[in-house]
Design a protein around this ligand. Structure first.
Ligand code: F6R
Length: 609
């Protein structure tokens, strides 16, 4: 976690760095800091969010600098542990995202060499090491230091004696180089630099970049030059603005009609109503002969994976297992037989979740083909994968995933259709019906968004409660889990999602008049069984809020409150119910005055295992 930024150009670096850090603070926000360089190396750090630092930061001269926003791993939250970390003489400044695994040994060795440590961070060893090896060439000193280091890092380093360059390096944590006009950047995330440039190089593991204002040179750990292709990112600075919304999360919820449209765009052939993925061109024989798919992901992306299992199994009649990446890397056995008929689908909006990357590497090592569904062009996951299908949602800044989840659902629906067509488990007429229904979803989402006030009113009734439950069945079971996750992460109210039938196997014991239950009960989806569950819940005095079809006039007899969604198929109602759950969680959190875009203890991209 943590976000880093480096700038070399001809403008005053400090405001550029501060502005970029504001875009990165979803990656960590417990402390922040900046170093700039003119005749001297100037450093300023503070506890708290970048907005705190912004108020207290003095003018700092210099047209190059580095900055950092922290999510603490080694050492508590205090100024000393904030980055940039400086070497003993104050000549070297380093910002770092990742974990130096052997920092304990390095620290002891450096202490024996006479270096003293001012912080508890693993990063400080990097600053001392670079200083130790510095003989007038920052790039060489960094390269030498990296040979001693084990673990993961995205680093930006500067040296008081080198007034026109920063050095950046990557292993295991994301690092992107931005190419501007007489200015260049290094950053953890494109959103931090998109207002300056959309031309980037994606640095790979084991690469080092020497960056000046008029160019950059990328080499490997042995100093061999590496030629890279420039990638053009189709995001604009507007995508990373709040655009008048109170929170990024609310803006991102409202972007979903467009996001779903975007995920479908160019992937449906109007000629024969078939799904096509340019990304998979040339591999039809592999995909049509698939016998087993294993989906891995964490958190919200895992719930998208559970949805993926339902749609792929029903449309493509192919067996799908869904595993938490956190568990996959620990114990899920890898079966070696028939590997050429197996596929891993890794779902990760950031493409940088460490647990998911470990699972990908593990499967890849035994020869499994990997398809990544991600929202981040050039991410580590896509660089490991055989194929990447991008969600095309634009940058998601709110820590709680919203629009990237619906776009993952959309892509999974398309993949299910794609496989169904290849495997001939779906006929042409059926496919064209399914596509037509999918195309109606952006408007249906808009209809849900238009009922925001109703959902907000319902959320205002959630007061003085200790727990909430979300229930659904089949395709809406993962949405119940996701609804509960959204509520707990941004409102801090304890919430659990269940398959409706499971409540009676234990959780019933928790039901009281103070434990509202949100029931996802569209008529397309196990409706009668949902009604039975609702009746049982009401018999235990728990209030029930139903998310139901707009034309369902019966449901109100059974529940305390109805939130309406346009009727949709069993495979598409999850997208609409999701929007209700997101808005509900948002408004509950807002009524409770919670820091919605940056919930406590969380970071957007979990780059540590
Ligand atoms: C919850 C949330 C997390 C992520 C999880 C995986 O709102 O955002 O649960 O879904 O950390 O992240 P990615 O998809 O980036 O791998």
């Amino acid at each position: 976690m943590c976000g880093i930024i480096g700038y070399v150009g001809n403008k005053n670096a400090m405001p550029i760095l501060v502005n970029s850090l504001k875009k990165l603070d979803y990656r960590g926000y417990d402390s922040a800091g900046i170093s700039t360089l003119e005749d001297e190396l100037y450093t300023f750090k503070d506890e708290g969010e970048i907005r705190v630092l912004e108020k207290s930061i003095p003018d700092m001269p210099g047209t190059l600098g580095i900055g950092h926003t922290r999510w603490a791993t080694h050492g508590g939250v205090c100024k000393e542990n904030a980055h940039p970390q400086l070497s003993g003489s104050g000549k070297i400044a380093v910002v770092h995202n990742g974990i130096i695994a052997n920092f304990g040994t390095l620290r002891e060795n450096l202490k024996e060499d006479g270096y003293t440590f001012k912080s508890e961070t693993d990063t400080e060893v990097v600053a001392h090491l670079v200083e130790k090896y510095y003989k007038g060439d920052l790039e060489e000193a960094t390269r030498r230091a990296l040979k001693d280091i084990e673990g993961s890092y995205a680093l930006a380093v500067m040296c008081k004696d080198e007034k026109n360059r920063i050095v950046a390096a990557r292993k295991g944590s994301p690092l992107i180089l931005g190419i501007g006009e007489n200015e260049n950047f290094a950053t953890s995330d494109i959103s931090a630099i998109i207002e300056h440039t959309n031309k980037v190089f994606f640095l790979d593991d084991g690469e080092i970049a020497s960056i000046t204002n008029d160019g950059m040179c990328i080499t490997d750990l042995d100093g061999i030059t590496i030629e890279k292709e420039v990638s053009i990112i189709d995001w604009t600075y507007k995508d990373v603005e709040k655009a008048g919304y109170a929170h990024y999360m609310l803006k991102e919820i409202h972007e979903q009609p467009r996001v779903v449209h975007q995920a479908v765009l160019g992937r449906i052939s109007e000629v024969d109503a078939s799904v096509k993925f340019e990304e998979l061109d040339g591999f039809k024989p592999f995909f049509s002969s698939l016998e087993e798919i294993s989906i891995v992901a964490c958190g919200t992306s895992y719930y998208a994976g559970m949805y993926g299992k339902y749609v792929i199994e029903s449309m493509a009649e192919t067996q799908v297992k869904v595993e938490l990446a956190t568990e996959y890397s620990q114990y899920i056995p890898i079966i070696f037989n028939n590997i050429e008929k197996k596929l891993m689908i890794a779902i990760t909006q950031s493409g940088e979740t460490a647990d998911t990357l470990v699972a990908i590497k593990r499967a890849k090592n035994v020869g499994t083909k990997i398809l990544v569904i991600s929202n981040s062009p050039g991410s580590t996951a896509s660089r490991l994968a055989d194929w990447t299908i991008l969600c095309k949602s634009g940058p998601e800044i709110g820590v709680a995933a919203t629009k990237t989840f619906t776009s993952q659902l959309t892509v999974l629906y398309l993949i299910a259709l794609y496989l169904g067509q290849l495997k001939k488990t779906i006929g042409a007429h059926h496919a064209s019906e399914l596509i037509k229904k999918l195309k109606s979803i952006p408007q249906a989402i808009q209809n849900v968004l238009d009922q925001s006030d109703e959902i907000k009113r319902c959320a205002s009734g959630i007061k003085g409660i200790s727990s909430m439950f979300f229930i659904g069945r089949k395709n809406n079971y993962p949405i119940a889990l996701e609804g509960a996750l959204k509520l707990k992460e941004i409102s801090y109210i304890h919430a659990e999602g269940f398959s409706a039938g499971e409540l009676k196997h234990g959780p019933f014991a928790l039901l009281t008049e103070k434990t509202p239950v949100v029931a996802l009960c569209n008529r397309c989806n196990s409706y009668e069984k949902m009604l039975s569950s609702i009746v049982e819940i009401k018999a235990r005095n728990a209030p029930v809020i139903a998310v139901a079809d707009a034309d369902d006039n019966e449901i109100k007899k059974y529940v305390d409150k109805v939130l309406k969604v346009p009727p949709a198929s069993v495979d598409l109602s999850p997208m609409l119910n999701t929007i209700v759950c997101q808005l509900f969680a948002y408004h509950v959190a807002d009524y409770n005055g919670c820091p919605i875009d940056k919930p406590r203890n969380l970071a957007k991209s979990v780059t540590v295992e």
